[in-house]
Design a protein around this ligand. Structure first.
Ligand SMILES: [Zn+2]
Length: 88
C-alpha cells in the first residue's frame, strides 16, 4: 500500500466514523496527538493485513497506546508460558 492509497483509506474511514477516533471518539485534529492515523484492527505483528476491512481511523494517542498494551499482554503471556514449561 503506497502513501496515496493510505491517505485515501484514512480519509474514507475517518469520514465513515464522522471524523472521530474509533476508540476514544474524540474528533481528529490536523496535527498532534489527536491527528488521524491508520489503525490495524488485527495488528500486523499478529498477521493483520493492509486490507481495507482490517483498517480503521484512530487518533495517534490511541493507536500508540493500543500497541503498547498489546505488547505488554504478549510479554505477560510469554512469561506465563515460560513458567508453565519449567520443571516443578
Ligand atoms: Zn483516540
Amino acid at each position: 500500500m503506497n502513501k496515496v492509497q493510505r491517505r485515501a483509506i484514512l480519509k474514507r474511514r475517518a469520514e465513515e466514523q464522522g471524523w472521530r477516533c474509533c476508540y476514544c471518539k474524540r474528533p481528529f485534529t490536523m496535527g498532534g496527538k489527536t491527528r488521524a492515523t491508520i489503525e490495524h484492527v488485527q495488528a500486523r505483528m499478529d498477521g493483520g493485513r493492509d486490507d481495507v476491512a482490517n483498517l480503521k481511523a484512530a487518533c495517534l494517542h490511541c493507536n500508540q497506546h493500543r500497541g503498547t498494551q498489546m505488547n505488554q499482554a504478549r510479554q505477560r503471556a510469554r512469561a506465563l508460558l515460560a513458567m508453565a514449561a519449567r520443571p516443578v
